[in-house]
Design a protein around this ligand. Structure first.
Ligand SMILES: [Fe+2]
Ligand SMILES: [Fe+2]
Length: 246
């Protein structure tokens, strides 16, 4: 379980030194580029998955729906981490396979940490806004969906890891667009400073608009990493600012 970060703690330090984005990245410009970029062509399975979420929580993107996305987002990375360790059990004597498995374990770990922070940000905003949540719809049901998704993700990571990467790329692409839309549909977020200690640790000195823009951009990184893992480098979405992309 994560401990409370010290006030002003750097998010990159909390994530083991991993720098998710270049310094000075223009979050508003990146949000515009997410909105302008068409969504990936989702497979039937992915479309069914997103349709199910809409069925339960509605098409409108709300904080409880964002919370569901984040409860689910960590799951495939955990499945990859387990798969990586499983591979190590059998392939530890092969230097090349060992390195590949360790790389998968590391990606799984740091991505899970990052997704956990997203969940914390949503929970902080829900708490701040005093959003009323029902025990069934907003706690029990997400857990039930998470359990089903965990079974699916674990199976896919065992049976066909490449498909697991691709499914996750679609999940992350969907999340990136949903967050970009959420900020667009709620301009009041840009007038609300994110003052909680947790928010200050994730995105120091930001408004809630920029917190969610940053989350959206994190999802783009996750999307791109998943696409690279399944050999689809051509679909990687770069930063809008070419200088930052370098
Ligand atoms: Fe996320
Ligand atoms: Fe993500």
């Amino acid at each position: 379980m994560a401990t409370m970060p010290e006030a002003g703690a750097n998010m990159n330090e909390l994530l083991g030194g991993r720098d998710l984005h270049p310094a000075g990245v223009d979050l508003a410009r990146e949000q515009a580029s997410s909105l302008a970029r068409p969504r990936m062509r989702y497979t039937l399975a992915a479309r069914f998955f997103f349709w199910s979420m809409d069925l339960v929580y509605g098409k409108t993107i709300t904080l409880p729906k964002v919370k569901l996305i984040e409860v689910l987002a960590r799951i495939p990375y955990h499945a990859w981490e387990i798969r990586g360790y499983w591979n190590l059990t059998f392939q530890y004597h092969d230097a090349g396979k060992r390195a590949t498995a360790l790389e998968l374990v590391e990606l799984g770990r740091i991505s899970q940490d990052n997704e956990f922070w997203h969940l914390v940000m949503v929970m902080e905003k829900i708490r701040e806004d005093r959003v009323r949540e029902s025990k069934f719809w907003h706690y029990f049901l997400p857990l039930l969906i998470a359990f089903s998704y965990a079974v699916f993700a674990r199976l896919l990571a065992v049976v066909h890891l490449r498909s697991s990467y691709y499914f996750n790329a679609m999940f992350e692409d969907h999340a990136e667009h949903e967050y970009a839309r959420f900020v667009k549909e709620h301009p009041e977020l840009d007038q609300q400073p994110a003052q909680s200690e947790w928010a200050a640790a994730y995105a120091p000195g930001s408004t809630w608009g920029d917190v969610f823009r940053r989350v959206s951009l994190d999802e783009r990184v996750h999307r791109n990493e998943s696409l690279i893992k399944c050999g689809r480098e051509g679909q990687v979405a770069p930063y809008a600012d070419p200088v930052k992309a370098g």
